[in-house]
Design a protein. Sequence first.
Length: 693
Amino acid sequence: MNDSIASPRPARWNAHKVPAEESERIWPRLALLGLILLAFALRVYRLPAQSLWYDEGVSWYLTRMSLPALTVWTANDIQPPLYYYLLWPWTRLAGTSEYALRFPSVVFGALTVPLLWTTARRLLDDRAAWLAALLLTLSPLHVYYAQEARMYTLLTFLGLLSSYLLLRLLDTQSLNLQSPHIWAYVPTAVAALYTHYFAFFLLAAHALYVFYKGWQRVRAGRPLRPRVPISISISIFILYLPWLPFLLTRYGLDTSYWPGALKLGEVFRKLLVAFALGETVTETVGTRLTVGYGLVLLVSLAVLWRSSRYAIRNTQYAVRTSYCVLRKDSLIFLLLYLIVPVALVLLLIYRTPKFNPRYAMLASPAFILLVAGGLSSLTTQHAPRITHASRFTFHASRFTLHASRLIFAIIAVYILATSAYSLRNWFAPYPANRFNKADFRITAQIVQERIGPNETVLLNSGHMFPAWAYYYGWEGWHRLPDIEILDVNAALDLSVGDELDRLLRGKRGVWLVRWQNEVTDPFDVLPLYLGTVGTQDDYGQFWHMELFHYSLPPGARFDLASFITHRTDAEFGNQVRLLGMRQTAGAELVLFWQATAEMNADYTIFVHLLDADGETLANADHLPPRPTRQWRPGQIVPDRVTLTLPPNLPTGDYLLEVGLYDAGDPALPRLSLSDGSGDRAILPLHLEAGNLE
């Protein structure tokens, strides 16, 4: 044998070559870095294009405060302060442009991608990890909220990080208080709680999983040391204790919604639309597309359940074919991660019809992991072999393999296409973008350009002032109602006339900016006052905003006494009083009601037009703009009525019958007048034939 051939090459011969194992580690890292950069690029693209909306305006407003003042504000609000604590120093370094305010959300959104990849590798397999990272990178929901100066990407990141740390902690053979994962899990969980109150619901899912693992260990004869989870719980409680009184207070005092009940079917549909397609599809299109996503989720769950129950007898064959066998523990963890937070959020707000899918966004990583795990299992079905099986079984196995891969391809194309559709909608430039947020920027710009001397601005939702001040400045406007945090109990009624008298005395014109007026001005009090006293110029809508200009006559007055032209004092059922009426134009009327006590039903108002002989000419039975149960005692509310008159009705004097009845219970009689004189108030009405059209 030739020794020169057999002898090894000198070390320097391969010095420039990368060892195979090291090369295998480099390429996944580069691929993951590519996904992170793609996620960052999608989230930073057109970042300042949208106007700041109300919630983002609040984020900016809080960064202007001192840290103690910021803390006091958040203690009285519905979110804890950690996100604002992070934003506060950042804005002092980077400024307060739309780009700067939103950039931290971009960072946390991009960092969630490698964290989800790592978590998927622990729960599922490598292929599922890549699929999950890709789905998160392209997720319209996560791209949308990464471009918002709010805490939702931070909350999602912290929730996923705490979940990963819990898995690492429970995977160790011996649990003890010296484990570094405990010291990482506790502050991460506390940080999530200081970011948003709903983080408690994810920790509840964690607690259930710990209980399940403990039960498993008891069955295996290796019981979990109870002092470890107890110590973790006590540590979290102690660290959160300073903020706990504010949480309990806010739960009892939150008045940012009207009472009512959620429609659970609608909520689940919205959740599936949001998790799958984000916030940038219309309701009709989203409902249709999520039928497919519902099927995708069901297929994924079915495949994962089968995979979790599949037992491989030949370990070498399993390694050779890379067949994915999901641990049952992983499936249970993901289901708890998805279901428990969503269920507890809905349970908390079931009696309050105020829901947005972003409230449950911290559970969305579980949705992505379930879909990715199902797709991974579809692509890793083992190839059939001919052993002792029949030829029929062999062909059936091959058919199953090809069918699984075909289903994977269809689902992958469907997900990519729908995500691209939703992202295209979001990134479309103005005015083609139908999903713009409330555009405070353009509304403020129009007012700044057109406001005249001796004119002022009224904000119809006083709590919108942070977003308005960001673009307009702090001078030349007034907020009605004068509130800092949304409060339905502060909704405007006709008693605001005295305040209008004070604010508009001597003014030649006024600009009315409206946003969320269905909550703060449900009876349209300001348009009624200003449109009746002044002359309206309608500037229309600007992406969820309404802008109106009114020219005011000299000596304009807004007091209620001069506003009611047909006065009466008819009280019904010792609950509500009819103060009178105003005829605005032709057969358009405004009734003035005042609640004298808590209303015990949602009443329908009837209005009948009678001629001199008592014959009914027109009916206008209707529900008021806001249910009567929501009328506060002492509140004076307007009720607009338009009578549909018979043709050729002559000019003359007529009578108007007005009263209330409970349409929900036809057996109940109409509300009687408190003085016992009947069940209806009678008002005179003069109609001019030439003014009725």
